[in-house]
Every structure is written in C-alpha cells, then in structure tokens.
Design a protein around this ligand. Sequence first.
Ligand code: ADP
Ligand code: MG
Length: 358
Amino acid sequence: MSAVIGILGGGQLARMMALAGYPLGFEFVFFDPEPTACAGQVGELMTAEYHNELALEEFCQKVDVVTLDFENVPVETLRFVQKKKPVFPSPEVLEIAQDRLMEKQFCHSVGVPTTQFEPINSLSELKFAAKKFDYDAILKTRRMGYDGKGQYRISAPTDINQIPDELFAQDLILEKRIAFNREVSVIVARNGLGDITTWPLCENKHKEGILTTTIVPAKHSELDELTVACAKKMAETLKYVGVMVVEFFQTGDEVFVNEMAPRVHNSGHWSIEGADTSQFENHLRAGLNLPLGSTEMDGMAAMLNWIGAFPDHILSINTPKLYWHVYGKEPRPGRKIGHSTLLAPTAQELHDKIVNLV
Ligand code: ADP
Ligand code: MG
C-alpha cells in the first residue's frame, strides 16, 4: 500500500513521522507557515498560513490523507481540509484538546478525574478562585500554551498583583496545584476499526514546565492500571484515530489527568528504538486503518531532551544502545533541538548510562 501523507505543522514530530513512514513506502508533504520548519529537510514543505485556502487546496491535491504535528492548527483549517481529504485526528477532537477548559469538562463527562479548576475571565474571578484554592494554584491560558508557556504560579495573595493586565484579554483557567509523587503519560494508539493499544507507562520529569527526561517502563505503582484505563476510556469515547497522549499526576492514592495531546508526543520518542513499533509508525498505521504494530519492549528506555544546546562532545560519545536525534532546528534558549534515547536491561544500568551522558 502506498500513500502520500500530508502533515499540518512541520516540526520535529512531522519529521520523525516521515522518518518512520519512508521505510513503509509512504511519501510526505508538510504544510507550515514557517519556511525553516525542520521537517522541510526530509520532504516537501509548503509554506503558507493555515488560513490560506488556496494553498490548503493545493496541499490537499498532493496528498491522500492528512494529519498534524501541532495541536494548535486552527480547527477551521482542519474542517476545510476534511471536506477534501480524510483527516486524523478529527476537528471535533482537536477543538477539545486545544482548550484546557473543554478538555477538563470532557474528562469529567466520562468520569476521569482532573485537577480542580475554575475558568477565569477577570481579576476579581482570579482573586476569588485563588482564595478557594488556598493560594496554591497555577494560572494558565486556556489555549496555545506549551512547554509551560503562559503559566503563572500563585502561592500567595501578592502573586496575583504580578499577573500582567494584558493576560486577562485571553481566556484563562486556574488549577489547584497537585503535590504529585510523579508525572506519567500514557501513549495510546487507536485505528478507525476500533483496535486500541498502549505502550508501557512513561514516567516524566519536567524542569520549568519543559519535559527533560522520560523513563520507561515507570516503576510499578498500584495506580497504574487505573491510569491506563482512564487514557483508554478517553480515546474510546472520542473515537480517536491516531496516537494520542494523556499526561497524569499520580499522588499517594489518586490519579488526575493533567492534559491530553491529540498527536504523537515527546514522552513517546523512546519508542523509536525502545519498542517493537514506534509511536510514529503506529500513528500512521492508525490513520490508514492498518493493523497496529506491537508496542512491547525489552528492558528499559530513557529519553533525554536536548534543550537549547547539545553536549559539546555529541557524536563522539560511543556508548552501546545510545541513539541521537538531531532535529535540524536553530538552537535557542528553551528550545527543544534534539533528544537521545538510551536502552538498558535494568533500572540500575539505565541510571548509570544516564549519569555518564549528562
Ligand atoms: P504544557 O501544555 O505547557 O505542557 P502543562 O499543563 O502540562 O502545560 O504544565 C507543564 C508542567 O507544569 C506539568 O508537566 C507539571 O510539571 C507542571 N504543572 C502543571 N499544572 C500543574 C498542577 N495543577 N499541579 C502541579 N504541577 C503542575
Ligand atoms: Mg504538558
């Protein structure tokens, strides 16, 4: 089966989808407003704004099916494309995942717990809600946030005075802060026939809101079964097609959804070398209604993000089962420019390898 896959967004996720799809015989066309989008180094890149209907029309003529690497592609763009070519995930799912409030309301509608939250539209609403959450909360923009951007920690009444006035021009949400034991994510793949699978649970460490490390499988906890069940329930209710990821906070005896991503996810990058089938390959398989590949793994995997810079000695480090992924992006502070995956048979050996690398 050959297919030309169109991807809205041309970042590293699109690039890794293509690198997973070429061995299967697929071709790729990327669509991104940014001419330097790094997927353009591995396939045809169309540069245009997401609302440019002429350009979208041309894009649709080139491809058989369309997916995305960026959850903030305008929903109207996806609706326009859907009239011409099959799209996964659907515009309806995207609409929910783009808005932290709708996302949480959806979770509640299917009985999946989230952090406590209040929608915020004014300073007085913020004051009221912050008090309700005992001044232990995080203010977030409802839309467009990523890598911790657009977030403000509130830990005292005085923190409210630090919030810039302009922020209230956007829809906001206040979330009660969770004193979690750990953050985990479930990567789910589901195809249009309803086949569904998950990879082993991923344990994630963030620094200043940006993912730095993922370890898989996460050390077993009694909450894991419930965690995976919540993610599957969400994917099934949404009749989701493709790979999606749900991020969770686990405390001593409770689990809460943090957010979902309607796409392949940074915490699943280890699956390229660490699992029988990567998240990228299964995303394509799901969208083309092919059987999903096995998500099993042997031993353990670690994924380390390179943010802003690579280590000086990159590529001269010669450790067995160490894999480099350089995205071809211009280095900037706080920008993800690549990752490394390490594989090892045991947690101790994996830990030793990580310590040697960083
Ligand atoms: P983004 O969309 O930028 O990934 P998230 O909502 O996932 O934003 O927040 C980024 C990180 O900030 C989370 O992974 C977590 O470490 C921390 N965080 C966010 N919300 C909360 C919360 N309610 N309680 C505790 N930590 C939080
Ligand atoms: Mg997140």
